[in-house]
Design a protein around this ligand. Structure first.
Ligand SMILES: [Zn+2]
Length: 299
């Protein structure tokens, strides 16, 4: 039995449908001049690396301290039928070994990389920039900054997170620390798993959900050296912009060699200040997207 259980884990198979990156071609053709896509630019625009600590003090006291805190899972469970971009196929699953027949279970999963709560590496939009296997684990732990625009988004679903929102956060809590994971809160995650509510289309089929402004992203990258961004919505840009097949905010942030996480869960449970984010995902060679497991430990 025990042996079989171990085999369940090791025999788990995942196959990924390689689908074209949505919006990529359009994004590149509409805004090529604004986006640095060369590898040389990429190397200089990566978040500046923190110096490794020379201190050998054991971290087990830190572990005990952290386990006394609240843990928030920022990941939606995924399965066939969850909200997805209209151009992607649904997930498929096939049991290739079963308990009854084989004494153990193994499942073949087929899904597009941008599935459920997922990571978009720079290579999702920009050939030559970092893929999933290029992102170091040091970028997977970060100070968590939550910028809350939910009350504005409730009134205006086309709301954008602006530089003024970033400055208002800093007036309250102080300067955003370097290498932070900055999350936009608009409470759109509460609409999951209802894709009609998430897309919020009008009678003409134009979508209305909140997004980032390019200026806010420029400020966060160039002035605050953030490591990544995250949001609850399906897209970086607001729905009205992606309805025109334009993706300027996503093109910008990925073009700066930062990664992003989409379709985050439970963001309303996070404090705006003082949390620690853990952002993890598998390491497929050349990977342009994958489901992610994201959580926070919060004071
Ligand atoms: Zn995505």
């Amino acid at each position: 039995m025990r042996k079989n259980k171990l085999f369940v884990l090791s025999a788990l198979q995942i196959s990924i449908a390689v689908a074209p990156c949505f919006g990529a071609a359009v994004a590149k053709s509409t805004a090529p001049a604004q986006v640095p896509v060369s590898t040389a630019t990429a190397k200089t625009s990566e978040p500046k690396k923190a110096q490794p600590a020379a201190d050998k003090t054991p971290l087990w006291d830190t572990y005990r301290m952290l386990t006394g805190k609240k843990f928030v899972d920022m990941t939606h469970p995924f399965q066939p039928g969850i909200p997805k971009w209209s151009g992607f196929p649904d997930e498929k699953r096939k049991k290739i070994y079963t308990y009854a027949r084989d004494g153990f279970s193994a499942t073949k999963y087929t899904f597009v990389g941008q599935w459920g709560t997922h990571v978009d590496p720079p290579s999702h939009f920009h050939e030559g920039l970092r893929s999933l296997d290029d992102i170091p684990v040091r970028e997977m732990v970060a100070p968590l900054v939550v910028i809350n625009i939910s009350s504005r988004a409730a009134e205006d679903p086309d709301a954008r997170l602006t530089v003024d929102d970033v400055r208002a956060w800093e007036t309250k809590y102080g300067r955003i620390p370097p290498r932070a994971f900055v999350v936009k809160r608009d409470d759109w995650g509460k609409r999951w798993p209802d894709n009609v509510l998430m897309q919020n289309s009008d009678v003409k089929g134009r979508r209305h959900f909140p997004g980032w402004s390019v200026d806010a992203l420029k400020f966060l990258v160039l002035e605050r050296n953030i490591v990544a961004i995250g949001h609850e919505t399906t897209d970086t840009d607001p729905g009205i912009t992606v309805s025109d097949d334009r993706y300027p905010a996503e093109t910008y942030i990925l073009g700066e060699n930062r990664y992003q996480i989409e379709l985050l869960a439970n963001v309303d449970e996070l404090p705006e200040y003082g949390g620690l984010a853990f952002i993890t995902f598998p390491r497929p060679v050349g990977g342009t997207g994958f489901p992610a497991r994201v959580f926070a430990i919060v004071p």
